[in-house]
Design a protein around this ligand. Structure first.
Ligand SMILES: [Fe+2]
Ligand SMILES: [Fe+2]
Length: 359
C-alpha cells in the first residue's frame, strides 16, 4: 500500500477508521434547518411530483437482501485475496459505509427538524434508501467480524456545519459521482465476471440508481432557486466540483490495488467517472471543469504526490515529521488553488432537468 491509513484487523480498527476525520475521508454534516424549511419547489412542481412518485413506488424495496450463498462466497473469495487487496477492500467498505450513513444521518436530521411537507417527504425517502445501503455494507463487514456500531458512529463522529447551498452543491455531486463510480464498476464486472472478488458488486446497478435519483432531487431544488446557479455562487460550484473530483483522485490513487484487482487502471477509471459526471451535471451547473486541459491531470498528479508526502510526514511523527506534513499540506493547497484557475467550460441549462441513469 502507499502511505495510507492503518491496517484494519479488528472491530475497533474499523470503528476508528470510520470516525477519523481527514481531508479525504467522508464527513458528517449538519445545516440550517430553518432555511431548509423555507425551500420552495413550486417552480419545478411537475418534475418534482414525478420524482416523488418514483420514490413512493420504491422499486428497490426488495433489492437489499442477501441471497443464501452470499456470506460463504464473500468469506471464501476474501481468503484468496492478497493481504494488500484485503486491506484496501476493507478500507473501501468502511469509507463507503461511512458516506452512506452520513447521508442517512443528515437526511434524517433534516426531516426531524422541518415541517415543509415537500422537503420532509423527500428526506424521509432518501434516509430510507441510505439506511438500506449502509446496512447492506455493514452486513459485509460483519461477515469478517468487522461490523460497525452505527449508533456509536453517529454519536462520536465530528459534524461539519454547511449552509444549505453548500449541502446542495456537495451532496448533489457526491450522489452523482457515487452513481458514476458504482455503474462503472458494475459494467466492468458485467464484462469480466471472473474478476468479481466479492458478491456485493452484483448489487451495484440497482443500488446506484437510488444515488442517481437522490442527485436528481438536489438538481431540482437548485433549479427551483436559480440564484444558486448564478453570479458569485458559480465560484462555489467550481470549488465543489474541483474538491469532489480531486478528493476522488487522491483516494483512488492511495489504494490502487483495489482498482487494479477490478481490471481498471485508476487514472483511466477516474477520468471515465469525471466524464460521466460532467455529462450529468449539465442538467444543473452553468460550468463544467475542463478535465481535458493538460494542466488538469498534471496538477492532480502533483496533488496526489503532496498528499503522499504529507502522509509520510505524519507517519514519521515528531517535530520534523509534523513540519513535513504541514509543508506538504500547504503545497497541496497551492496546487489546488492553481487548478481552481484553470478555465472552465460554460454550459447552457436545458429546459427540463430530469435525466435517466443511462450509463
Ligand atoms: Fe446511498
Ligand atoms: Fe444517496
Amino acid at each position: 500500500m502507499h502511505a495510507t491509513a492503518h491496517e484494519i484487523k479488528s472491530v475497533e480498527d474499523a470503528a476508528r477508521l470510520a470516525v477519523t476525520d481527514n481531508l479525504f475521508a467522508p464527513r458528517f454534516y449538519t445545516t440550517d434547518f430553518a432555511a431548509m424549511d423555507r425551500i420552495n419547489i413550486e417552480p419545478v412542481r411537475a418534475e418534482w411530483d414525478a420524482m416523488m412518485a418514483e420514490y413512493e413506488g420504491d422499486n428497490n424495496h426488495d433489492h437489499f437482501q442477501r441471497d443464501a450463498g452470499f456470506a460463504d462466497e464473500a468469506r471464501e473469495l476474501f481468503t484468496k485475496l492478497p493481504h494488500e487487496l484485503q486491506q484496501e477492500f476493507l478500507d473501501f467498505l468502511v469509507s463507503s459505509l461511512t458516506s452512506e450513513f452520513s447521508g442517512c444521518v443528515l437526511y434524517n436530521e433534516i426531516k426531524r427538524n422541518i415541517s415543509n411537507p415537500d422537503i420532509k417527504k423527500l428526506m424521509e425517502y432518501m434516509a430510507r434508501d441510505e439506511s438500506r445501503h449502509a446496512g447492506f455494507i455493514n452486513s459485509s463487514l460483519k461477515d469478517y467480524g468487522l461490523g460497525i456500531d452505527l449508533g456509536n458512529l453517529k454519536r462520536s463522529k465530528h459534524y461539519t456545519y454547511f449552509k444549505p447551498k453548500y449541502i446542495f452543491y456537495a451532496t448533489y455531486l457526491s450522489e452523482k459521482i457515487g452513481y458514476a463510480r458504482y455503474i462503472r464498476i458494475f459494467r466492468q464486472f458485467e464484462q469480466h465476471p471472473d474478476k468479481r472478488f466479492h458478491p456485493i458488486f452484483r448489487w451495484f446497478q440497482r443500488w446506484c440508481n437510488d444515488e442517481f435519483r437522490h442527485g436528481e432531487s438536489f438538481a431540482l431544488i437548485m433549479r427551483a432557486h436559480p440564484h444558486l446557479l448564478r453570479g458569485p455562487n458559480v465560484l462555489w460550484i467550481r470549488f465543489f466540483l474541483l474538491a469532489v473530483y480531486a478528493t476522488m483522485y487522491v483516494r483512488d490513487h492511495t489504494r490502487p490495488a483495489l482498482k487494479q484487482a477490478m481490471g481498471l487502471e485508476p487514472t483511466e477509471y477516474d477520468f471515465e467517472v469525471f466524464r460521466i459526471c460532467n455529462e450529468i451535471t449539465k442538467q444543473v451547473f452553468p460550468v463544467l471543469l475542463d478535465i481535458d486541459h493538460p494542466a488538469f491531470h498534471a496538477n492532480l498528479q502533483r496533488l496526489f504526490a503532496c498528499s503522499q508526502k504529507a502522509e509520510a510526514g505524519k507517519q514519521a511523527g515528531g517535530l520534523f515529521g509534523g513540519l513535513r506534513r504541514a509543508l506538504w499540506s500547504v503545497a497541496g493547497a497551492a496546487v489546488f488553488a492553481r487548478m481552481y484557475f484553470i478555465p472552465v467550460k460554460s454550459n447552457a441549462l436545458p429546459e427540463t432537468t430530469r435525466l435517466q441513469p443511462a450509463w
